[in-house]
Design a protein around this ligand. Sequence first.
Ligand SMILES: NC(=O)c1ccc[n+]([C@@H]2O[C@H](COP(=O)([O-])OP(=O)(O)OC[C@H]3O[C@@H](n4cnc5c(N)ncnc54)[C@H](OP(=O)(O)O)[C@@H]3O)[C@@H](O)[C@H]2O)c1
Length: 257
Amino acid sequence: MTQISDLVGKTALVTGGSRGIGREIALELARRGADVAINYFRNGAPARETIGELERLGRHAIAIKANVAEPERVTELFDRIGREFGGLDILVNNAASGVQKPAIELEPRHWDWTMNINTRGPWLCARAAVPLMEGRNGRVINISSLGAQRVMSDYASVGISKAALEALTRYLGVELASRGIRVNCISGGLVRTDALDHFEEADDMMDAALRDTPAGRMVTANDIARVVAFLASDASEMIVGQTIVVDGGMGLVWRTG
Ligand SMILES: NC(=O)c1ccc[n+]([C@@H]2O[C@H](COP(=O)([O-])OP(=O)(O)OC[C@H]3O[C@@H](n4cnc5c(N)ncnc54)[C@H](OP(=O)(O)O)[C@@H]3O)[C@@H](O)[C@H]2O)c1
């Protein structure tokens, strides 16, 4: 396989980069030459393991614990990035959480929890990243899911937060374009990660996704990571405020609810 080195000399922050899709995004950016900071919330062990992998690729890598929902923690996170990297080229807003219940069974605290991590967090992070991206043609890449546009069972809290994230992408995309910063979003199909353990019918969901994916296989974390790398590269310069769907065509023919 040809090694692509289009991100040599770049610096990146991947929120929720310790495990799952975020981990694979961090590794893909590092394989292409970027130094990478990963952020996590509560679990130090996977973060340390991912840092080891990034360092084995020869990159400068740091892990920073911070809840992206909390403004003070986000300020500290970006202060640390500034001190370690002296600036930031790529921000990937990947961290997410949620409460798996039908919309009418959600409590206000469930709503606030999910919206604050999945929507307010990316907004806070993008706001804090702007000064670090000045003069660097920065990239902000948000990670959404098909539930932003379609209805999945017990997914209301996350789906609504992701719909708002896609709207945030459009607003930030337009606001920041004249400053050389490109803001875009990737909406991914179902990927087997720890997040699916919260769904009782995870295996059935995977079977249905495979059946309904015209491309004939499940989406992998690396499928998403490679599109992140594209959006982080100079090749995507004229893409502004868009959500790119990476689902093997599943959303076009989806039959599940
Ligand atoms: N899996 C899918 O099928 C799928 C499909 C489409 C899109 N997505 C999206 O892809 C992204 C990653 O999903 P995933 O399945 O890889 O998730 P995951 O396996 O549950 O990993 C979540 C990551 O986010 C971190 N995190 C959670 N809450 C946080 C907070 N408040 N502040 C900072 N970090 C926080 C976690 O850190 P700790 O371990 O420390 O808590 C972990 O690193 C999400 O935006 C998700 O919505 C997933």
